[in-house]
Each structure stands twice: as structure tokens, then as C-alpha cells.
Design a protein around this ligand. Structure first.
Ligand code: AMP
Length: 397
């Protein structure tokens, strides 16, 4: 079965066509600047060169049309026609409490996703536009929604409730939902496979460290806690996001900087994290690592503060699960930066963790970086959210 995986943002759209039989990517690409001057689609057929084409896209329907054209192009395409696309898997950011697993999309599901728009106003409406565009152009192809939040719906009440008046939860569904669920799901399963252990008998901590970053605790096959909350702003220090802070800082900043709440949230989302801590040097860990090695104070401060927060979450989740069997690192930083992993793991000697420093230099490949006698296994596992979406799509159909 060929599954088209769509990840639709407000002005961009990432796509991959995956053959579910062999799990190979047949073709992939990106539409950028949708609805803005200078729209461009890039497409890479499997084994071929990247093709970049400037082409106007007034909306997402135009973008999906171009995606289909690219996939079915006589010369550079990868399938003959639309009939060779058997299903579409959509990444949907927020499924609220309504969705604890992937779902076939019908009008009722569309409405239920729309009702979660309040919880992810930047993402969900864009995701839905992508679904509508595909429905219009491929009315006979099944469309499946795979939610970032679904994996975390198994969290117990004590993990997902905030210490707010309970009616705030009842009235407005204010609670911790968690994100990156597709990645945490994929990586925790891959960890069990790598260790040759039963998924339902493992205590795993997954550190998804990319531009956005989150940690999850997976006990006996279920997510029991995660660091992101009602929105993806809570938890770890990220590329440009602050993560956890004292909520009273918001009013304090409004007064001191003469800003309204939107202005302050803009700082928390876009000007904070390692970018803010490094005095706006960079949100990219490659730059920060270089600066760290050169002894630049701002880079050392940013990286050390980031790593300390990750180590604290690992400690907290070890307590939450009364132990841990495996710690996994994934996403851009987690997969590629042995430097960052080593700083984090230095805090965890008390767990009996020892690392093979040579193997820890490995980049972007699944590998065990702990030594044979380490009490807790430490794994690097490249995440693959598109493949996870394709797998869930096929499983549903
Ligand atoms: P993601 O959001 O998972 O795509 O991760 C993107 C981030 O990964 C970038 O902003 C970098 O901070 C980080 N990254 C990517 N490659 C490397 C690398 N080789 N070394 C360190 N960090 C990296």
C-alpha cells in the first residue's frame, strides 16, 4: 500500500509517499510560502535529485495539486496516477481528550478536530485545511488523522492535572496533553525491539530533543507522564521556547517591558530557550556547541542550562515510574549531539549509568551508547514520525 503522509502548517506542507510493504520512501518534498508571493515546491524522488520548482500556490488545495502533479509526473514522478496513492495519513497536532488513537476521518471527526482548535490555534486549523484539500482532490481515498497528543492520553490524572481550581479543567479542559506523541510512541517501541524486551514490561524515558523538545515516561507499554502541557510551551528549555517558568513572571514582564500578554508570550515562544540564553547567538545546537568548545560564556550558559533541565526531568520520571530500564535520545539534537548527551548523562551516575564515550560520538543511527555493565541502557534512536504515521494509517485500514 502507498501512503501519502501530509504534515500541513499554516504556510508550508511537508509530504512523503511511503510504500508500506517495504517501508521505503518513494518520494518526498516540501511546499513553502503557501498563500505568499514566491511559493516553491521541492520534490525528491527516491534515488533521484531534488527538483525545486517556483509555482504560485494561493492556498493548500493548490499545494496538494502540485504535490500530486510531482508524484505522478511522467518523467520525474514516482507513481502512474492518483489510484496509486492508496491512503493519506495526516499529522494532526491536537486531538484533545477526544482522540486517544489514529482515526479515519469523516465529517464527525472533522468537527471534533475543529473543536480542539482552541487548544492549538496555530496548528489545528492549518492541519484541517490540508485534510480538506486532500478530500477535494482525492474524494475516494481514505484520509486518516494521526494525533500528536494521542499517545499521551494514557497519563493518569495525577500526571495530567494542573494545580488549578478543578472546574477550570471541567469547563475548559485545561490539563496537560503532551505533544511529539508519534515520536515518543515510535522510539519507545523501537527501544523495546532493540533490547529484545517485551514493550509491556519496560520502563523507558524518551528524550525527544530537537528544536522543540519533550521528555516522556513510558511504563509497561503506556505513557505515564510527559513534559509538554496544554501547549508545547511547557517543559524543557527548547530552541526558542522557555519551557517551565514561574507563571508570575508573565505579569512581571508585562509591567516591566510595557507589553500585553501576547507580547510576553511572543518572548516566551520565540525569543527564549537556548536562543535567548545565548543572548540571541543561535537556537541551533551546532553553533552553540562550537561556541561552547571555544569557551564562549553565552554558549556554555545556554547548553548547560538546557542539559540540566533534561537531567532533572529524567530524575523526576525515574521517580514517577519507580525505576527506569532504558533512556532514549532522539530528534535533531538527541540523535546527533554526543556532546549534549554526555553533559546530560553526567548527572545520572547515581542510576549506575556508564557510557562508552567512543560509541557516544555516533550520529543519526540507532545505537546503544551505554556500556555492557551499565545498570540502565542508554540508546540513540532516530525518530521517524512519517513512517509512524504511515504504519498507523495502514494498521487502521
Ligand atoms: P529537529 O527539530 O528534530 O529537526 O532538530 C533540529 C535541531 O537539531 C537543530 O536546530 C539543531 O539544533 C540540532 N542539530 C541538527 N544536527 C545537529 C548536529 N549534527 N549536532 C548538533 N545539533 C544538531
Amino acid at each position: 500500500m502507498n501512503v501519502l503522509v501530509i504534515n500541513c502548517g499554516s504556510s508550508s506542507l511537508k509530504f512523503q509517499l511511503i510504500d508500506s510493504e517495504n517501508e521505503k520512501v518513494i518520494g518526498k518534498g516540501l511546499c513553502e510560502r503557501i498563500g505568499i508571493d514566491g511559493s516553491v515546491i521541492s520534490f525528491t524522488p527516491n534515488g533521484g535529485e531534488k527538483i525545486v520548482t517556483k509555482s504560485p500556490m494561493k492556498d493548500h488545495t493548490d499545494a496538494i495539486k502540485l504535490v500530486i502533479d510531482a508524484l505522478t509526473d511522467e518523467k520525474t514522478g514516482v507513481v502512474k496516477n492518483l489510484n496509486d496513492i492508496n491512503a493519506v495519513g495526516h499529522r494532526i497536532v491536537h486531538g484533545g481528550e477526544k482522540f486517544n488513537k489514529a482515526t479515519i476521518i469523516d465529517e464527525e471527526v472533522m468537527k471534533a478536530i475543529e473543536e480542539c482548535n482552541d487548544l492549538a490555534p496555530l496548528h489545528n486549523p492549518a492541519n484541517l485545511i490540508g485534510v480538506r484539500a486532500c478530500q477535494n482532490l482525492m474524494p475516494n481515498t481514505p484520509q486518516i488523522a494521526v494525533f500528536d497528543t494521542a499517545f499521551h492520553q494514557t497519563m493518569p490524572e495525577e500526571a495530567y492535572l494542573y494545580g488549578l481550581p478543578y472546574d477550570m479543567y471541567e469547563k475548559y479542559h485545561i490539563r496537560r496533553y503532551g505533544f511529539h506523541g508519534t515520536s515518543h510512541d515510535f522510539v519507545s517501541h523501537a527501544a523495546a525491539d532493540m533490547l529484545g524486551k517485551n514493550y509491556d514490561e519496560l520502563k523507558t524515558i524518551v528524550c525527544h530533543l530537537g528544536n522543540g523538545a519533550s521528555v516522556s515516561a513510558v511504563k509497561n507499554g503506556k505513557c505515564v507522564d510527559t513534559s509538554m502541557g496544554l501547549t508545547p510551551l511547557e517543559g524543557l528549555i527548547m530552541g526558542t521556547r522557555s519551557g517551565d517558568l514561574d507563571p508570575a513572571i508573565l505579569e512581571f514582564l508585562c509591567d516591566k517591558e510595557n507589553l500585553d500578554i501576547h507580547g510576553v508570550l511572543n518572548i516566551l515562544n520565540k525569543k527564549s530557550g537556548v536562543y535567548g540564553l545565548s543572548e540571541e547567538l543561535s537556537s541551533d545546537f551546532r553553533d552553540l556547541e562550537d561556541g561552547y568548545i571555544e569557551g564562549k560564556e553565552n554558549c556554555i550558559r545556554a547548553v548547560d542550562t538546557f542539559c540540566y533541565r533534561v537531567a532533572k526531568y529524567i530524575g523526576a520520571y525515574t521517580a514517577a515510574m519507580n525505576g527506569v530500564d532504558a533512556i532514549c535520545f532522539t530528534a535533531g539534537v538527541g540523535e546527533n549531539s554526543g556532546f549534549v548527551r554526555e553533559i546530560i548523562l553526567k548527572y545520572l551516575g547515581y542510576l549506575g549509568i556508564t557510557i562508552d564515550k567512543e560509541i557516544n560520538k555516533t550520529r543519526g543511527k540507532a545505537v546503544e551508547i551505554s556500556t555492557a555493565d551499565s545498570k540502565v541502557k542508554v540508546l540513540v534512536i532516530p525518530t521517524n514520525e512519517e513512517l509512524a504515521i504511515a504504519r498507523q494509517t495502514v494498521a487502521l485500514l
